[in-house]
Ligand binder design. Structure first.
Ligand code: SF4
Length: 457
């Protein structure tokens, strides 16, 4: 069996299964957020009753993260709905925006500006980064989330996928989900990335090979010495975008890098620390199998209007830009900002450039990690980047009109985010180009798409 088949077989209590089988699977973690959480709760209450209890209070993780730092009252209300539900159900893993006093409601104050943090001590930021940081990603387990990029957690040797509110409401009541076992496409990653080339370039290359629907309802399994050499943050970037090729999930092998990250995070947060990874079988059967020599990859860009429109950054040097954006679960992690800071150090951006840390922990790292005696935060500010001290999804998904960095009108933006269909970051006339943090930083300095290798220092 493949890694995906092995996780699902164990979860379904089967010794053997194969692609195409339909199995009732036991869910280890149900993840939801402010956009889909209220709808999921609505389905749960409608189907199971107003006084129903969730199937397992310790297996539900709720992370408000999408439309948070906005004056939109309906968005603010969504956070309050989550808080009320978490209180009603006594959920230990609700990462509230504020340290709410009894009866207190969430209200964003725009008068404070973007550099004043408005979140409380438990706020965790973007869900896919938050579940890893907070110790909810355990090898060999099944995570279901009301977010298409839930596949991100496949970096941790999990089966992890996104579903709609109806399925999630059912999981909330029963802990079960009926899944068709996906076929697997295997990607053997060989060699090491060269300077200026990042994990984002690997996945943009792969999506360019597959197109946006070439892996529809399939698992992408990543292995090889190139995969082993990647950090957990790199693996998350790659697994995160499996969905952009239509994939059901992405999955990596378990190794010491995984073990160290997971053990440290579970210990730090006091979450369940026992788990059983899945390992590769000799007789695993793939739908297809490919090799990528990552040493040969170059900085890569997905052009408007979809993540499969692959070109090399150096082929796009005449493409003028109006904006650059650094953030999201794909490109808003500490290592992402570190790579961008290495390019921005001692330089100024030519176009409006926005940076939003994915989580409070990333924000903290940016304010403490240094390059050449300056913090990453200071390097960004000195370069003229507009910073937000309120981590979250921000403009990755467009959001309400007052969202930091949102494309409110036509224009071309280069972004570290993961999706660029029309309207994704706001105005449907806006053109979005997806690239690595290094490429986005270099392009911000150049004012047009740039190859970061020309800016390495
Ligand atoms: S950062 Fe973007 S892709 Fe990630 S969870 Fe938020 S909206 Fe989705």
């Amino acid at each position: 069996m493949t890694l995906t088949e092995k996780v699902l077989a164990r979860s379904a209590g089967r010794t053997l299964l194969q692609a195409g089988d339909n199995v009732w699977t036991s869910v280890d973690i149900l993840l939801t957020h402010d956009v889909c959480g209220p709808g999921t709760i609505g389905v749960f209450k409608r189907e199971f009753g107003e006084n129903a209890r969730v199937w397992d209070r310790k297996k539900i993780v709720i992370t408000p993260d999408h439309y948070i730092f906005t004056c939109d009252s309906k968005c603010n209300r969504n956070v309050d709905i989550l808080r009320d539900f978490a209180k009603e159900q006594d959920l230990p893993y609700f990462y509230d925006v504020i340290d709410a006093k009894p009866g207190e409601r969430w209200v964003f104050d725009p008068a404070k500006g973007n550099k004043i943090s408005q979140y409380g001590s438990r706020y965790a930021g973007v869900c896919h980064s938050a579940v890893a940081e907070k110790g909810h990603t355990r090898p060999g387990e099944v995570m279901i989330g009301t977010d298409s990029h839930t596949c991100s957690a496949g970096a941790f040797n999990m089966f992890s996928t996104g579903v709609g509110n109806t399925d999630a409401g059912f999981v909330m009541g029963t802990g079960k989900i009926l899944l068709k076992v996906p076929q697997t496409i295997y990607w053997n990653l060989e060699g090491m990335l060269r300077p200026g080339v990042m994990a984002k370039d690997i996945i943009l290359h792969i999506i360019g090979e597959l197109s946006v629907d070439g892996a529809t309802y399939m698992a992408l399994q990543f292995g090889g010495d190139g995969a082993s050499a990647l950090t957990m943050e790199d693996r998350m970037t790659i697994a995160n975008m499996a969905i952009e090729a239509g994939g059901k999930n992405g999955i990596f092998e378990f190794d010491d890098t995984t073990r160290r990250f997971v053990d440290e995070r579970c210990k730090l947060n006091g979450t369940k620390s026992d788990y059983t990874p899945v390992e590769r079988d000799k007789d695993e059967k793939f739908f297809s199998s490919y090799s990528v020599d990552v040493n040969k990859l170059e900085p890569t860009v997905a052009c408007h209007p979809n993540p499969g429109m692959r070109k090399l950054a150096r082929e796009l040097r005449t493409e003028k830009l109006d904006r650059a954006y650094l953030g999201s679960c794909t490109g808003g992690k500490t290592s992402d900002f570190y790579a961008a800071a290495e390019i921005l150090r001692g330089r100024e951006v030519k176009i409006p450039t926005f940076a939003v840390p994915a989580t409070p922990e990333v924000e903290g790292d940016m304010k403490t990690l240094t390059i050449g005696g300056k913090t990453l935060w200071q390097i960004f500010e000195d370069a003229g980047v507009l910073m937000s001290a309120n981590p979250g999804c921000a403009a990755c998904l467009g959001g309400p009109i007052d969202t930091f960095g949102r494309m409110n009108q036509a224009g071309t933006c280069i972004s570290t985010t993961n999706r660029n269909f029309p309207g994704r970051m706001g105005a449907k006339e806006a053109r979005i180009f997806l690239a690595s943090p290094a490429t986005v930083a270099a392009s911000a300095v150049a004012g047009s798409v740039a190859d970061p290798r020309d800016y390495l220092q």
